[in-house]
Design a protein around this ligand. Structure first.
Ligand SMILES: NC(=O)c1ccc[n+]([C@@H]2O[C@H](COP(=O)([O-])OP(=O)(O)OC[C@H]3O[C@@H](n4cnc5c(N)ncnc54)[C@H](O)[C@@H]3O)[C@@H](O)[C@H]2O)c1
Length: 365
């Protein structure tokens, strides 16, 4: 993001991470890279986990009660990597304690909670940012430029998430996670909106592959965007075990863009493809070994006329870009790109989808 190099010489921001499960590792990697921030405190209900994380990340303070971490004067900002139900409560208390806040998605389970978070951050003059990390994925950013400039008038988008990893923890319980659509499919929503513009109306069907499940594991969404554009989101997590793939496509009057597999890929290949005037352009995976790049470049299907460019498509780096942007927003006193209002808007759109599924109606948002 523009202007971030101005922050190179600023004093490192002291960060406390609350919730030390799976995703905290990706966040910690982001905060530790680049020297703009350091992790000074960690908190989890499990002390052994907190000790292990503190040792690995160089944090000097370990807490099992987040309220105690919030009293630590050596913490400037907190990163909330807790199950969604806890985001609002901890964020409001963090704001009251004068800490800047990065929270994982979804921002909260209800709009009321989102409003409380926004109000608390405003009142205490602290930054509030939500981790919509896939917006910071370079192939999505380049896709946005291509949609705006190089496919003519956009017509439709399709975004998929195919998972073969049935949830076995708090994710199964909609009272804690908000449901599969709010907790996991949210990435497909904010990416679709990033590429296609503001959402005006939604209709949605949800289903359970097993009636005993507490929340849906299949979701089909129709989106109407401003300007007569339309989109589809097709998501499930009841596919073959181990599968996890996502993809987003936009078709315009003169061309097409495909962002292929952010977290994983079913079909492999380049992270980004662009079609226009009978030509396909593709972007190389910067992680791809040199020999694989050669192989790919030397064997394009003749009719596709592939050209390759490099893009960083390392999913883990999206968290580096998020944490870097968060730190820079604080140092530069700027509103983060994914502000509380943005996080709230996504919760609002997805709540409208749940309402649509329940009532069998198209809902204005
Ligand atoms: N952006 C992404 O791609 C992405 C991916 C996975 C998860 N997430 C989000 O990150 C958040 C955390 O997910 P996760 O997969 O890391 O979950 P997780 O279950 O692996 O970790 C959560 C941690 O929070 C701790 N915890 C629970 N209650 C606590 C409390 N009161 N005080 C202190 N610690 C407490 C648990 O002990 C656990 O270690 C969720 O909001 C999830 O939706 C985002």
């Amino acid at each position: 993001m523009a202007g971030e190099t101005e922050c190179e010489n600023a004093k490192p921001l002291n960060v406390g991470i609350i919730g030390l499960g799976t995703i905290s590792n990706n966040h910690a990697h982001g905060f530790m890279k680049g020297g703009r921030s350091k992790i000074t405190a960690v908190c989890d209900l499990y002390e052994d986990l907190a000790k292990a994380r503190a040792e690995k990340w160089g944090a000097s303070k370990i807490f099992t009660d987040y309220k105690a971490l919030l009293k630590d004067n050596n913490v400037d900002a907190v990163d909330i990597c807790l199950p969604p139900k806890l985001h609002a409560k901890v964020a409001v208390e963090a704001a009251e304690a004068g800490k800047h806040i990065l929270t994982e998605k979804p921002m909260a389970l209800t709009l009321k909670d989102c409003d409380a978070m926004i109000a608390a951050a405003r009142k205490n003059n602290v930054k509030l940012m939500v981790t919509h990390n896939q917006l910071f994925y370079p192939p999505h950013q380049e896709a946005r430029r291509l949609v705006a400039e190089e496919i003519g008038k956009p017509i439709t988008s399709t975004s998929i998430l195919y998972g073969g990893m049935p949830a076995s923890d708090w994710r199964c319980d909609p009272k804690i996670s908000g449901g599969f659509m709010l907790e996991a499919v949210i990435h497909r929503f904010y990416v679709s909106r990033f590429l296609m513009g503001e959402v005006k109306r939604v209709s949605c069907m949800t289903a359970k592959s097993d009636p005993d499940l507490l929340c849906e594991d299949k979701v089909m969404v129709n989106l109407e965007f401003e300007g007569g554009r339309h989109g589809v989101i097709n998501a499930n997590r009841c596919g073959p075990f181990g599968l996890w793939d996502d993809r987003t496509e936009v078709v315009g009057e003169d061309g097409m863009v495909i962002v292929n597999g952010v977290e994983d890929q079913i079909i492999g290949g380049p992270p980004l493809l662009h079609y226009r005037n009978g030509m396909w352009r593709s972007w190389c995976n910067t992680r791809m070994p040199e020999e694989a790049k050669d192989q790919f470049e030397s064997k394009p299907p003749e009719e596709l006329k592939l050209t390759t460019y490099e893009l960083d498509d390392d999913f883990n780096n999206t968290f580096y870009y998020v944490t870097r942007h968060f730190v820079d927003s604080i140092i530069q006193n700027k509103t983060p790109f994914v502000s509380g209002e943005e996080g709230r808007r996504l919760v609002q759109i997805i709540q409208a989808c749940y309402e649509s599924a329940e009532k069998g109606k198209v809902i204005d948002v």
